[in-house]
Design a protein around this ligand. Structure first.
Ligand code: NAP
Length: 258
């Protein structure tokens, strides 16, 4: 077997949360291109439907499952729909996320709960559901949580987001410890700044200045995460558990003024 064959996902069933835009939509297409049948989850059903058609017209297989990641009944319906269409989900990409721009002292409880709920609590709920179903079906699989470099460092105005992403990194380790010996590997990716809808306004203003602090000399593009995503979703990472791979162009290396 060639090493490249380890990345092949033919026959696998992958569920991607936050598949209606940005990284999640890109991950869904990438997984389908590499052989997986894909379940697209988010709230904006029209976007999921457009992506489903795009994946199918490229020769892949996908279904759309509208769900708010904090709605556990909708979550169960999404996994049920996946099983009816394709079989047990053995790859979960926990990608849905929201950001905010509130200083910690003024932040409302509503913002704190929404941001930590979507970025951290939902990661636990979807991982629990995916793992329970894999164990019940006696299948091995992979869970990939999307964290952030803001899980390691912090900026002004992102306290809830940064706390949630730090939680995702530690949750990844805790889940991996309990699930690895049962055949469910849990790992994470911590991207640096990748231009998508979540940050397009912010980067339009600050992008040039931020690029100065990224050693590879540019902001990230969605395809820069392809290698890490395929590695962690596939058998190529069969001896990895609880790891968070930082993909940030070296952004975290530089001290201020460096
Ligand atoms: N872009 C970056 O620079 C960067 C860096 C580090 C980490 N990340 C992380 O990467 C992930 C994807 O971000 P992105 O940049 O692709 O942002 P994006 O384009 O804004 O996408 C966010 C996705 O999350 C979904 N979502 C948000 N709240 C949801 C909810 N309650 N229920 C279901 N889906 C929900 C959105 O879909 P609906 O609105 O249709 O529900 C959308 O598909 C996030 O976890 C983000 O924190 C991004």
């Amino acid at each position: 077997m060639k090493a490249g064959d380890l990345f092949d996902l033919t026959g696998r069933v992958a569920l991607v949360t936050g598949a209606s835009s940005g990284l999640g939509a890109h991950f869904a297409e990438l997984l389908a291109e590499n052989g997986a049948k894909v379940v697209l989850v988010a709230r904006r059903a029209d976007r999921l439907e457009a992506l489903r058609r795009k994946i199918e017209s490229a020769g892949g297989q996908a279904i759309a499952a509208e769900a708010d990641v904090l709605d556990r009944e909708a979550m169960k319906r999404a996994f049920d729909a996946a099983e009816t269409a394709f079989g047990t989900v053995t790859i979960l990409i926990n990608n849905a996320g929201v950001t905010h721009a509130d200083r910690a002292v003024e932040m409302s409880e509503e913002v704190w709960r929404r941001v930590t709920g979507t970025n951290l609590d939902a990661v636990l709920y979807w991982a629990q559901e995916a793992a329970r179903r894999m164990l019940l079906a006696k299948k091995q699989g992979a869970i990939v949580n999307i964290a952030s470099v803001l899980g390691y460092g912090v900026s002004k105005g992102v306290a809830a987001y940064a706390v949630a992403k730090a939680g995702v990194i530690q949750l990844t380790r805790a889940l991996a410890l309990e699930l690895a010996f049962k055949g469910v590997r849990v790992n994470a990716i911590a991207p640096g700044f990748i231009t998508t809808e979540i940050n397009s306004e912010y980067l339009a203003g600050k992008g040039a200045e931020m690029t100065r602090h990224i050693p590879v000399g540019r902001l990230g593009e969605t395809r820069d995460l392809d290698g890490a995503l395929l590695l962690l979703a596939s058998d190529a990472s069969r001896f990895m558990a609880g790891t968070t791979i930082v993909v940030d162009g070296g952004q975290m290396l530089a001290l201020p003024g460096a």
